[in-house]
Design a protein around this ligand. Structure first.
Ligand code: ADP
Ligand code: GLC
Length: 477
């Protein structure tokens, strides 16, 4: 049995802004099912919900601050969650990265530096918990200082650093280095220094024993300038200790057979009931109710990564076609405004919901016929897997985890029963539009469409396989 300390800045259902929370809320459970002893550690944000209040464990002093550790559990599970409680930094309204108005926390470096110091103390069994992990599994830049700080320790646990997104690196001016009182030995170009600035992610990339990312294709892509954002050289240098492990999905949360958030549950054998979710969704969103009109869905953070600009460039043409489109998301104001303008122009065609709404996310997955995910890059992506599970065929760009999880419907893949969605390569609106039309042609052929839906719903995206790969890695390092 391995003892694993799993450090993450967000964990579903306690707090979530994106897929990292889904992973942190489900991989530890899958590892526990494999007989491992996993503890999650994350900051005690004000907006944490869906768990019993944290029980006080101890107080740890780091960098002249007294920080409390509280203990709670993932709901309906044995997995322990340690909450790093420091009200001056974490007890404020907003999400882990932004304040209530969506502006990044000005002291975000202080927040996660403190978090990393506490993770390090817990990892070294200096927090009076009488528990020393064999492996510390860190996730994204918010935990990047942990492998760096641990590198200075004797008898330290092994470290894994998982990249969920290379676009976010936690880079700060060099003055932050002094202000955060970080050890001088770590300040060099092979350490935390990045062109004269402090880079949190480099702590993970330079000092961890092993680097993983969330799909095999993204593991290759980040070694190139287009996806490596300046760190491709370092990643290529570490290629022998870098691997891609695809995320799984939590079937207790995302399963049309048992989903309590949708109007009508269904299975691959009762696919004809899926349409009740479509009509319920149309009614909820104020779109004309029609069982036959093809309905496209999209859920996501409205940022460049997600290729929303490609969708925006297709909407005019889509408005002329017999179809509907339901989008849920929030992010860049300029994208939000442009989307809402289209919804105002074509209220019978397009429904745009700006905000974060888990119920509606499930209802779109269940109600739509097709799901748009034309990402410019996508480390793994979860919605394309949820969509396949719900028989909602994804239309994706061939990148990262999208390339690894969706099989394009072409004559040979239709023939051999593997086709499960639609894939295009070039990041241009014309390529997306062509693929939408290709999907519409197949959608008009009922028996064929249902065959594709059954292929998609039958795919195994469960965590078991990936959790076993992580376990093999923990053992190897
Ligand atoms: P990323 O982590 O890059 O945002 P993923 O596809 O891995 O992308 O995961 C996104 C997760 O966040 C999914 O579970 C998705 O349903 C959810 N999500 C994104 N935006 C919203 C929103 N506006 N409302 C509800 N859920 C959302
Ligand atoms: C990131 C990526 C997304 C991935 C998620 C969970 O936010 O953008 O592709 O699925 O992390 O690993």
């Amino acid at each position: 049995m391995k003892k694993i300390l799993f450090a993450s800045s967000e964990t579903h259902p306690l707090i979530k802004t994106g897929g990292l929370a889904d992973v942190a809320g489900s991989l530890p459970i899958a590892l526990t099912s494999l007989g491992q002893d996993v503890r999650i550690i994350m900051p005690n944000y004000q907006s944490i919900k869906n768990c019993e209040p944290g029980r006080y464990l101890c107080t740890v002093r780091v960098n002249n601050a007294d920080v409390n550790l509280l203990e709670t559990h993932l709901p309906d599970s044995e997995v322990i969650v340690w909450l790093v409680d420091f009200p001056a930094l974490f007890n404020q309204p907003g999400n882990p990265y932004n304040d209530e108005s969506g502006n990044p926390w000005p002291d975000i470096g202080d927040r996660f530096a403190l978090f990393c110091r506490i993770v390090t103390e817990v990892a070294m069994n200096r927090a009076y918990l009488d528990w020393k992990p064999d492996v510390v599994h860190c996730n994204d830049w918010q935990t990047g200082l942990v492998p760096a700080l641990l590198s200075l320790e004797e008898n330290r646990p092994a470290t894994v650093f998982t990249i969920h997104n290379m676009a976010y690196q936690g880079v700060f001016p060099s003055s932050a280095y002094t202000q955060l009182n970080l050890p001088g030995q770590l300040w060099h170009p092979d350490g935390l220094e990045y062109h004269g600035m402090l880079s949190f992610i480099k702590g993970g990339l330079s000092f961890s024993d092993w680097i993983t990312t969330v799909s095999p294709t993204y593991a290759q892509e980040i070694q190139t300038p287009e996806f490596g954002y300046g760190l491709e050289g370092l990643l290529a240098h570490r290629q022998h200790t870098l691997s891609g492990i695809i995320n799984g999905i939590d079937l207790t949360v995302w399963n049309p057979e048992s989903d309590q958030k949708i109007a009508q549950t269904y299975t691959v054998r009762t696919l004809n009931k899926k349409v009740l979710n479509k009509t319920a969704l149309q009614a909820r969103l104020g779109l004309p109710v029609s069982a036959d009109l093809p309905l496209f869905g999209l859920i996501g953070r409205l940022v460049d990564q997600k290729g929303i600009d490609l969708v925006l460039n297709c909407l005019k043409e889509m408005a002329k076609m017999p179809l509907q489109f339901a989008l849920l998301g929030s992010g860049d104001t300029s994208i939000q405004v442009r989307l809402q303008d289209f919804a105002r122009l074509y209220p019978d065609k397009f429904s745009i919901t700006i905000g974060y709404d888990e119920n509606l996310a499930h209802q779109i997955e269940a109600g739509a016929d097709m799901f748009l995910m034309p990402s410019r890059f996508e480390p793994c992506g979860l919605n394309q897997m949820y969509s396949q599970r719900y028989g909602t065929l994804p239309i994706v760009r061939k990148t990262g985890g999208l390339a690894d999880t969706v099989v394009d419907a072409l004559p040979d893949t239709i023939q051999d029963g593997t086709a499960s969605g639609f894939v295009f390569s070039e990041a241009v609106p014309g390529a997306l539009m062509e693929t939408i039309k290709r999907a519409l042609v197949l959608h008009a052929n009922r028996p064929l469409w249902q065959k594709l839906q059954r292929n998609a719903m039958g795919k195994d995206f469960s965590w078991e396989n990936s959790a076993n790969q992580y376990l093999a890695l923990y053992r190897a390092i």
